[in-house]
Design a protein around this ligand. Structure first.
Ligand SMILES: Cc1cc2nc3c(=O)[nH]c(=O)nc-3n(C[C@H](O)[C@H](O)[C@H](O)COP(=O)(O)OP(=O)(O)OC[C@H]3O[C@@H](n4cnc5c(N)ncnc54)[C@H](O)[C@@H]3O)c2cc1C
Length: 285
C-alpha cells in the first residue's frame, strides 16, 4: 500500500499550476483532497510521475453569491457544503447530497472540484450538479471556459477535462423556491451509491410541476439525466400515478451495470423505487 515515487509541486496560483500540468502533461495528476487519488496511488492503479497539489492556491475554498447563483471554489470540501448556511438557504440540494458522502473524515478532506473531476460513476456530486443545471469552470493553457454539467461527464472516470486543465469552480443557481431531495442506497462500508437520485422540482402557483430535473448516479458508467422521466413529470399535477410512471421510465436506454453490490435487474428495480421515493421526499420538503 505504498505509492510509486513522484515529484511533488505546490503551485501558488492557477497559471502556475497549469504551467506545471502542461510541462508534464502525459504523466501528471492534480491533487485536491486526495480521497480518491491517494487510494488509487496506494493500490498502484494510478502511478503519476508528477503531482500538482492545488491545495495552497488562494481563493479556491470559498462559496460566493454572484447574481442569482452561487459559485463554489474547487477546493470547497463536502463538509463545508454540508454545513454552509448560505447553501442550505439558497441551494439545499448540495448540502442534502454532501451529507450522504462517506464519513466525516472523507467529507472534511474531499472537495467538490475533486468529485467533479474524478467523474466516479458512483459519485454523488455529479448527479446533484446535473439536477441543478450547474456549470463547471475549467482553467487551462487556453484560458477559462464554463462547461454545463450535462456535457461534462463522458464515461467511467472520464470527462471533458484535458490533463493540463483544472476544475476551478462550480456554479449553481438559487433554487430556494424549488423542491429538492437527494436519496441514495449505499452499502455502509463505503457509502458509495448503488443508486443515488437527485431531484429538483419547480412548482407553479396552481400546484402543477412546471419543470423537473433529475440526476441519477451509481447504475451506469456515468451520472445521467432521465429525460423521459422529466418529461412525464413536467406540466402535470404530481399524483402517485404520474410519479410511478416517471420512475418506471428512469432507466430507459441505460445500460445498467452489475457488480458485487447487485445484478442489473436489482439495480434497475432499486432505481425505480428510489426515483419514486426521492420525488416524494422532495415534494414533502
Ligand atoms: C472510503 C471512501 C468512501 C467514499 N465514499 C464516497 C461517497 O459515498 N460518495 C462520493 O461521492 N464520494 C465518495 N468518496 C470519494 C470522495 O468524495 C472524494 O473526496 C472525491 O471523489 C474526490 O475529491 P478529492 O478532493 O478527494 O479529489 P482527489 O482524490 O484529490 O482527486 C481525484 C481525481 O480528480 C483529479 N482532480 C482533483 N481535483 C481536481 C481539480 N480541481 N481539477 C482537475 N482535476 C482534479 C485528481 O487528479 C484525481 O484524478 C469516498 C472515498 C473513500 C476513500
Amino acid at each position: 500500500m505504498i505509492p510509486g515515487s513522484f515529484d511533488y509541486f505546490v503551485p501558488r496560483s492557477i497559471p502556475e499550476a497549469i504551467e506545471l500540468l502542461s510541462a508534464h502533461r502525459d504523466d501528471v495528476k492534480v491533487l485536491s483532497g486526495g480521497q480518491s487519488l491517494l487510494p488509487l496511488m496506494k493500490m498502484r492503479l494510478s502511478k503519476p510521475g508528477y503531482i500538482v497539489d492545488i491545495g495552497k492556491i488562494p481563493g479556491l475554498d470559498g462559496i460566493v453569491e454572484e447574481g442569482n447563483s452561487l459559485v463554489l471554489g474547487a477546493l470547497v470540501t463536502h463538509a463545508q457544503i454540508e454545513h454552509s448556511v448560505l447553501l442550505q438557504k439558497r441551494c439545499p440540494l448540495l448540502p442534502q447530497t454532501a451529507a450522504t458522502i462517506a464519513d466525516i473524515q472523507i467529507r472534511n478532506r474531499g472537495t467538490i472540484g475533486g468529485s467533479v473531476a474524478h467523474a466516479d460513476p458512483a459519485g454523488d456530486m455529479p448527479a446533484a450538479i446535473m439536477a441543478l443545471d450547474a456549470e463547471i469552470k475549467v482553467a487551462g493553457p487556453n484560458g477559462e471556459r464554463w462547461v454545463k454539467a450535462d456535457d461534462f461527464f463522458l464515461g467511467l472516470l472520464m470527462s471533458v477535462l484535458e490533463p493540463d486543465e483544472i476544475v476551478s469552480a462550480v456554479r449553481v443557481p438559487f433554487t430556494d423556491k424549488d423542491k429538492t431531495a437527494y436519496l441514495k442506497a449505499a452499502p455502509r462500508s463505503s457509502g458509495f451509491a448503488v443508486v443515488g437520485v437527485a431531484v429538483r422540482i419547480t412548482m407553479d402557483a396552481a400546484g402543477i410541476c412546471a419543470r423537473a430535473a433529475l440526476g441519477i448516479t451509481g447504475i451506469s458508467d456515468k451520472a445521467y439525466r432521465p429525460q423521459r422521466s422529466e418529461e412525464i413529470l413536467s406540466g402535470k399535477k404530481l399524483d402517485s400515478r404520474i410519479i410511478a410512471e416517471a420512475a418506471a421510465e428512469s432507466t430507459r436506454n441505460i445500460e445498467v451495470i452489475e457488480d458485487i453490490n447487485g445484478s442489473s435487474e436489482y439495480r434497475t428495480h432499486l432505481t425505480h423505487v428510489y426515483v419514486q421515493r426521492a420525488i416524494e421526499a422532495a415534494l414533502q420538503g
